[in-house]
Design a protein. Structure first.
Length: 190
């Protein structure tokens, strides 16, 4: 089995709501759907396996997964680390994980494919634009045990520290954008 895309969609989106956003940021309108639907659409277009970790109290994300026949795991997440650990445990048959954040809807399908291909020769892979690392972060299966032990809100950041990461250099910085604030959605529609 090839690596798959693990979409972390179990965060609370508190920065968005504290900044005046209505509802959960993943359900906010973007293009011809929601932020999450665009993220999911791009991941699915890569033709890699996809699994989503989301909150029990976000039925809109769950319905999007059901409509696309994408498996998901429900988690009242205490942080990104726990979401990753839960998702990796749920997809233990995969030979690697592209850990992706659900609020990053601008990553094109070919970036997922490039990272998955690079995982055939490297244990850690990450896209980068002008020195700025992005998502998804690719982990080969040798990282399974450590990924399953993650906790807290720093995700896998501590695992990446002082490790040899293979970077895929990209020119388009658009894919680095995420949606954390309502103003970011407003700027996109202008």
């Amino acid at each position: 089995m090839k690596p798959g895309i693990l979409i972390a969609a179990a965060g609370l989106g508190e920065r968005f709501s504290h900044a005046g956003g209505v509802g959960h940021k993943l359900n906010a309108s973007l293009a011809d759907g929601s932020v999450f639907e665009q993220t999911l659409r791009n991941a699915c277009a890569s033709n890699l396996a996809v699994h989503v970790v989301t909150r029990p109290d976000n039925p809109q994300v769950q319905q999007s997964c059901i409509a696309q026949r994408i498996p998901f795991t429900l988690l009242e997440s205490a942080g990104l680390g726990e979401s990753i650990a839960t998702g990796v445990a749920a997809t233990s048959a995969w030979h690697g994980w592209l850990v992706h954040l659900a609020d990053m809807p601008f990553v094109p399908p070919d970036v997922f494919v490039q990272i998955a291909c690079a995982l055939e020769q490297h244990s850690l892979v990450r896209p980068r634009v002008s020195g700025h690392p992005g998502h998804p972060v690719g982990f080969s299966s040798v990282w399974a045990e450590k990924l399953c032990q993650l906790k807290g809100d720093s995700g896998a950041r501590d695992l990446l520290r002082d490790q040899a990461i293979h970077f895929i250099e990209l020119e388009d910085s658009d894919f680095l954008r995420d949606i954390d604030l309502p103003s970011q959605l407003t700027a996109l529609s202008e």
